[in-house]
Design a protein around this ligand. Structure first.
Ligand SMILES: *Cc1c(COP(=O)(O)O)cnc(C)c1O
Length: 383
């Protein structure tokens, strides 16, 4: 289902937009779809949903969710009610759960957009029950039971009480779920404990589909998959479990080289004079900064190496701090004609994954993706 070839006018407009762009973010929808299919095949017979919260992990829910729906995904998870409302406009027939649950007085908004709240506390359950009774419609909602995250979710005691009085609910529990705290770390003892608690509690709610696994849980074995899995990060090319390589990379991030300068040995580069060059160097200044999600913490100092970018096929280190709109990279090792004004430096792609960049900034791939800025020219391919 590839898009029709662009008309000459469209091709000219795209070339023009590329020329104007300081940095370009390319998002491969076909890779996301392929990653979903891979997980879906692994999870079967469990259903494979898709987590598209936070604007599909920063990659654009407007393009990502419809691509997944066309590939066969039926159930979607967002975090905020407003994300759900936006997704409903895109996918009129999908099942959509709102992970952050029912905020006071929002029952009508959920019903109007046919969204299902993930109910994780006694007051939420009471309010949804009351709302459904008042409207005379037992609308669906998920029940979230906490098994060790201590963030959202019913306590085990409340869940047991609820299972005894389930007939009294004014709504239809359409999913029973819990969330794993440590599945990204193989062998973590909390994961086994959560699995066993959730297995016990699921037995108390027969007939309600159960769901425990995020991406990491999905990769952790059949026992974790129950009736439905809820992957996010693995769809978007991130690492889900420490020892499992990511699936196909999804994002590519290129930033324009604005100028290349000769810097004398011993000079310092950038704010704070944080890094001194140890040899006569050529420094390329590129049009990307922390306002674009290139974390300031990914910068380089005399004490610590920062992130890298690929220029003309070679890895080049950042030099000095990342500024708001600019970063500086050392291109001394490249033959001079290989680096010219207007060329691109690649910060994601060409072998640099979101988790590689994350590691240089002391964070995780999730934060790299969801911090991608709004200033890029965004190009979608494979859709
Ligand atoms: C974000 C989230 C997921 C998806 O997690 P990944 O680690 O990105 O796969 C699944 N379930 C819940 C409750 C979440 O909050």
């Amino acid at each position: 289902m590839s898009a029709p070839a662009p008309t000459p006018e469209e091709a000219a407009a795209e070339a023009d937009a590329l020329k104007r762009a300081g940095a370009v973010l390319t998002i491969d929808l076909a890779a996301i779809v392929e990653n979903w299919r891979t997980l879906s095949a692994l999870a079967a017979p469990a259903e494979c949903a898709a987590v598209v919260k936070a604007d599909a992990y920063g990659l654009g829910i407007d393009r990502v969710a419809p691509a997944l729906w066309r590939a066969g995904a039926l159930t979607f998870f967002v975090a905020h009610l407003n994300e759900g409302i936006r997704l409903r406009a895109l996918l009129p027939d999908a099942v959509i759960y709102v992970l952050n649950g029912l905020m006071p007085g929002t029952g009508p908004a959920f019903a109007a957009a046919k969204l299902r709240p993930v109910l994780g506390s006694v007051p939420e359950i009471a309010e949804w029950s009351e709302f459904c009774r008042a409207t005379g419609k037992p609308l669906p909602a998920a029940l979230h039971v906490d098994t060790g995250m201590e963030r959202l979710g019913l306590s085990l005691d409340d869940a047991v009480r609820l299972s005894d009085s389930r007939r009294l609910l004014g709504f239809e529990p359409s999913l029973l779920m819990s969330h794993l705290a440590c599945a990204d770390t193989p062998g973590h003892p909390l994961t086994g404990r959560q699995l066993s608690l959730f297995t016990d509690i699921a037995r108390r709610f027969p007939g309600i589909p159960a769901s425990l696994a995020n991406s990491a849980g999905t990769l952790s074995g059949r026992d974790f998959r129950f009736d439905l899995v809820r992957p996010g990060i693995f769809l978007y090319g991130g690492i889900a479990v420490a020892n499992v390589p990511p699936l196909r990379p999804v994002v590519r991030l290129d930033a324009r080289i604005l100028q290349v300068r000769e810097v004398e040995r011993g000079a310092t580069v950038g704010y704070g004079a944080a890094q001194r060059v140890k040899r006569a160097s050529r420094i390329a200044t590129v049009s990307i900064g922390y306002a674009d999600g290139l974390f300031r913490a990914a910068g380089s100092t005399d004490a610590k190496a920062g992130a890298e970018a690929v220029v003309a096929g070679r890895r080049c280190p950042l030099v000095g701090r990342v500024s708001m709109d600019l970063a500086t990279i050392d291109v001394t090792s490249l033959p001079e004609p290989a680096v010219e004004r207007g060329a691109m430096a690649t910060f994601l792609g060409e072998g640099i994954g979101v988790d590689d960049l994350a590691a240089r900034a002391g964070t995780i791939g999730y934060e790299v993706l969801t911090s991608l800025g709004g200033r890029y020219l965004r190009r979608y391919v494979g859709g």
